[in-house]
Ligand binder design. Structure first.
Ligand code: PLP
Length: 455
């Protein structure tokens, strides 16, 4: 057996702790505020929505948080996830750069999302929750939570953004196969959904709207809690198994990344790979370039404002300080549904403000072109979201070639695109458009940001 095979089979290699970057931040995060009082919220304010264990993680300053045994037992189904060197892509690009990627598509639902879905299902089960309500964009999160909650005997109601519900019928089938109920959002099941439908009967939906529906259901039902697949501190925390494994695997490969890249919708897979590296830097270790990549049609980090805003469209959530396009902004219906969110994780936003990370935005057709080059060299069809990271990694490798420099590039391939082939079909048919965000709609959304006194 080769060392690599032994490594891959060794469950001891699954991290025993999640890494909490809050412990190493040079400046603390801005507090989360109650939308009514404008005062910082406490654990009790969140109790109707989340189990206490997750609320504690949300505000924890402990550097290492132990991963419960039953969660590691489930991780064992696909972790450690492989790290590959993209030698054929390097050759095709004729670049002196070395390109490595961490592949999260080996999970049951095909993305990084089960890393947190399993943890959230576990803590909910422990605290007596019967049903979880959630939203999903492209369907990756809904299917991940459906899978995880099924293992722990919980029911799941998924509000799926309508455009994805129509574009991705197999994702819905996957959710149902794992035992969840899937509803197109905006729906007539909730007050938030009915309000949107009354005003915009043809609404294609958005993550912000779907979140309102799922939060409303949890708030109104004692046995139901809400579950979010990105953005929140505890979600990013759970994803840090990615970066911890990658650090060890890069050591085994005898290389160390100069540039770390991830696509960013709400920021969780990016954070999962990057935070363990940034943490090392914050504790006095090596400085690396860390790049978050987003769609030009939903440019939260590159064009958004760092301000207090709601996480949803109906304004049911607390106010968090983050890069935002405004909670009423509805991005174009691009195929990378998982990157179509008006906000960004508060921690990722904070790191951007501190100059610890960079952000880049690309249009979807150049990302699909990169995804196809990746598929034709490395064999894996990337999820539409992940093609943004591929695009940025290729740009970096091309820059190395132009400069005659050999740098080590590491990116996160957050998922495979097997359920997204309609997107590739549309790309080949030449019907994908590169719409920039609507500047007028953005200005209107920014004009109605909640008024919050400067801290
Ligand atoms: C959901 C998703 C994303 C975007 O979410 P983040 O929280 O920003 O990671 C990216 N890639 C894939 C494959 C996804 O499913």
């Amino acid at each position: 057996m080769s060392d690599t095979t032994k490594y891959l089979l060794s469950e001891e290699r699954i991290p025993k702790f999640w890494y909490n970057i809050a412990a190493d931040l040079p400046k603390p995060l801005a507090p989360v505020l109650h939308p009514g009082t404008g005062q910082p919220i406490g654990p009790d304010d969140l109790a109707p929505l989340f189990p206490m264990a997750l609320i504690a993680q949300e505000v924890s300053a402990e550097r290492e948080i132990e991963i419960p045994g039953p969660v590691r037992d489930v991780y064992r189904l696909w972790r450690p996830a492989p790290l590959y060197r993209a030698r054929r892509l390097e050759a095709a690009l004729d670049t002196p750069a070395k390109i490595y990627y961490k592949y999260e598509g080996v999970s049951p639902s095909g993305s990084h999302k089960p890393n947190t879905a399993v943890a959230q299902a576990f803590y909910n089960k422990e605290e007596g929750t019967k049903r979880l309500s959630t939203e999903t964009g492209a369907g990756q999160w809904g299917s991940s939570l459906a899978f995880a909650a099924g293992l722990f005997g919980l029911e799941v109601d998924v509000y799926m953004v309508k455009i994805s519900f129509q574009q991705k019928p197999y994702r819905r089938a996957l959710m149902e196969a794992y035992g969840a109920r899937c509803v197109a959002s905006p729906s007539s099941e909730t007050e938030s959904g009915r309000a949107i439908l009354a005003e915009h009967p043809d609404s294609t939906g958005s993550l912000g709207i779907a979140i309102s529906e799922a939060v409303e259901v949890a708030a109104k039902n004692d046995d139901t809690k809400y579950s979010l697949g990105s953005v929140l501190n505890h979600v990013l925390l759970h994803q840090t198994v990615i970066g911890q494994e990658a650090m060890e695997q890069m050591d085994m490969a005898g290389d160390d990344p100069d540039v770390v890249i991830g696509c960013a919708g709400g920021g969780s897979n990016f954070a999962g790979l990057a935070f363990p590296y940034i943490g090392e830097q914050l504790r006095g270790g090596k400085t690396r370039r860390v790049v978050a990549v987003e769609p030009a049609a939903c440019p939260t980090l590159t064009k958004g404002t760092f301000a207090y805003d709601f996480g949803d469209t109906a304004h049911l959530t607390p106010l968090v300080k983050m890069h935002t396009l405004g909670s009423t902004f509805v991005p174009e219906g691009i195929h990378a549904g998982g990157l179509r969110y008006h906000g960004m994780s508060p921690i990722v936003s904070h790191l951007k403000e501190l100059g610890l990370i960079e952000a880049e935005a690309y249009h979807q057709t150049e990302c699909f072109a990169a995804g196809i080059q990746f598929a034709r060299t490395e064999g894996i069809i990337p999820a539409p979201e992940s093609t943004h990271a591929v695009r940025a990694a290729i740009a970096e490798a091309e820059k190395c070639k132009a400069e005659g420099k050999s740098r080590v590039i590491l990116f996160n391939l957050s998922g495979h695109g097997h359920f997204d082939m309609q997107a590739y079909t549309d790309y080949f048919a030449g019907i994908l458009r590169d719409t920039a965000y609507d500047e007028k709609a953005l200005a209107e959304a920014m004009a109605v940001l909640p008024p919050v006194a400067a801290e």
